[in-house]
Design a protein around this ligand. Structure first.
Ligand SMILES: [Fe+2]
Length: 193
């Protein structure tokens, strides 16, 4: 279940409906997809894409996405720290960043044009988008594990454009548990559809 933390206001939101309402003015949509029994623990990327094909088709039709893939990151991922360092600094993209978390967890921080910075923790079953041009950054949680379906409008658009006068160092990831690991990732696509 996703949750939101507004550090500057010392406030958290965990109710799914309240999360949707909070995110809506920022152009961010949040959906909770049913994950129970959809895939096995050792599912391949192809099996994951097949299992969620109806949802992927709906998003493609609605949002102009042309491709989807699955990324798989774990502590065993080669060069993980270097990858993590690419996206834990405030940046934007020239297309939407759309992620459905199949397994693991992570935290998106959003720095809106108006209002305080807020964090969205995503876990298995959570779908969110980070709209084109939105200032944000991403960290993994302490298990350094995330498996996501990504959707792209144009894969070349998903490049970080770093923000001048960034604020990411003022905010801590809010992953559940006593520890966190700062980081984020540029992941190699495993499979495309
Ligand atoms: Fe990003």
């Amino acid at each position: 279940m996703a949750r939101i933390r507004i550090q500057d206001e010392n406030r958290e939101i965990s109710d799914p409906q309240e999360i949707c309402e909070f995110l809506k003015p920022h152009g961010i949509w949040y959906e909770k997809w049913d994950v129970e029994g959809r895939i096995g623990a050792e599912a391949t990327s192809e099996e994951i894409l097949a299992a969620y094909a109806p949802e992927i088709a709906r998003l493609k039709a609605a949002g102009g996405f042309v491709t989807a893939d699955v990324i798989n990151v774990s502590p065993a991922t080669p060069n993980l720290d270097a990858m993590l360092a690419k996206f834990n600094k405030e940046h934007t993209h020239s297309e939407d960043e759309v992620r459905f978390t199949v397994r693991g967890s992570g935290v998106f921080h959003i720095h809106p044009k108006t209002g305080p910075v807020f964090a969205i923790q995503v876990e298995s079953g959570d779908l969110i988008n980070v709209p084109c041009g939105t200032q944000h950054w991403f960290d993994l949680c302490n298990d350094r594990t995330i498996r996501c379906i990504r959707l792209f409008q144009d894969q070349s658009g998903w490049t970080p454009h770093y923000v001048e006068h960034s604020v990411h160092e003022k905010y801590s990831p809010v992953c559940l548990g006593p520890h966190y690991v700062k980081g984020a990732a540029e992941f190699q696509p495993v499979v495309k559809v």
